[in-house]
Design a protein around this ligand. Structure first.
Ligand code: ADP
Length: 281
């Protein structure tokens, strides 16, 4: 698009490593110009001890994935397609909260670097003006009930000036919303800085007690009507925010024998999707 200063900055492994302001996260980067999926590579790295903090970064993914086996569109040149390898001493049942920690970090970094009013869409997306600019996919493996690795895939639409037809209504980029292209390396470095900070806070308690208020302040769904789509059923309610385990609390009305009662349901991420009443948010 001619009206934008759509200048692309090459992703360069050594330049990025030098620009990290972290203790451990992304101090080592494995860069690929083209890859099937950064999560796939990160899983291989996760099996090898000593790879905690390694960041897999690709210019293009040919088989990028979203949750529930969905596809993630990851064209060359304009996005941030990356996966962080973590090997923490963490109860496996607590690892899914890393998605919440990552979402908080990405949202803060986007706000910080671009000045855009981005929000978190529970549990794993970042939206600007009601459309998705970032998706996060956490995957993990356990051995003998111990966490072997958790990998956090982060896809950010940065400098794309258009999207395929099927994504037009729900996807957007930082360029399209902010009307200027940004340096992807600066954003990667800021995401990693925030992620490492919040991760350290999270690890102290292995819950979100210290982070949930901040998360809820940035939650696009807060106090809004949402539809919860489960495998075989759907219900509506008002999103009240997450609790200290990352569960989304939803106030909903249930019909019982002699009328209706209001209850608060805890929605666990994984098999569900959240939508607005009229659309995506
Ligand atoms: P949901 O928001 O439905 O829970 P996921 O988190 O599983 O979805 O993300 C996968 C979905 O995101 C895909 O089904 C597709 O609709 C959408 N998508 C794919 N690529 C992109 C992209 N680059 N930007 C925004 N949305 C995308």
């Amino acid at each position: 698009m001619g009206e934008y200063n759509n200048q692309h900055y090459q992703l360069d492994q050594t330049i990025i490593e030098k620009r990290m302001q972290t203790k451990c996260f992304a101090k080592r980067i494995q860069y690929y110009s083209e890859v099937d999926s950064t999560n796939r590579i990160a899983k291989e790295l996760g099996k090898v001890p000593g790879n905690h903090g390694v960041l897999v970064l690709a210019e293009q993914q040919n088989a990028g994935r979203g949750r529930l086996g969905r596809n993630w569109n990851s064209p060359s040149g304009n996005g941030i397609w990356m996966t962080l390898v973590l090997q923490p001493n963490l109860h496996p049942g607590h690892a899914s909260m890393l998605t919440i920690v990552a979402a908080l970090a990405v949202n803060n970094a986007i706000r910080n670097i671009t000045g855009l009013d981005s929000f978190i869409k529970w549990p794993n997306d970042i939206v600007v003006n009601g459309k998705k600019v970032c998706g996060i996919l956490t995957e993990m493996n356990t051995i003998n009930e111990k966490l072997e690795y958790a990998i956090i895939g982060i896809g950010v639409n940065v400098n794309q000036d258009k999207f395929p037809e099927e994504l037009k209504d729900t996807a957007t980029s930082i360029l399209l919303e902010g009307k200027r292209s940004i340096d992807r390396i600066e954003l990667i470095a800021d995401i990693m800085k925030h992620f490492e900070f919040y991760y350290d806070v999270f690890l102290k308690t292995e819950n979100l007690i210290k982070l949930k208020d901040l998360y809820n302040e940035n939650l696009v769904n807060l106090n809004r009507q949402v539809r919860i789509l489960e495998k075989d059923m759907e219900y509506a309610g008002i999103a009240l925010g997450i609790n200290e385990t990352g569960v989304l609390l939803v106030k909903t009305v249930e019909t019982v024998e002699d009328g209706e009662i209001t209850i608060i349901k805890g929605v666990v991420s994984g098999e569900v999707s959240v939508r607005g009443i009229y659309g995506y948010v």
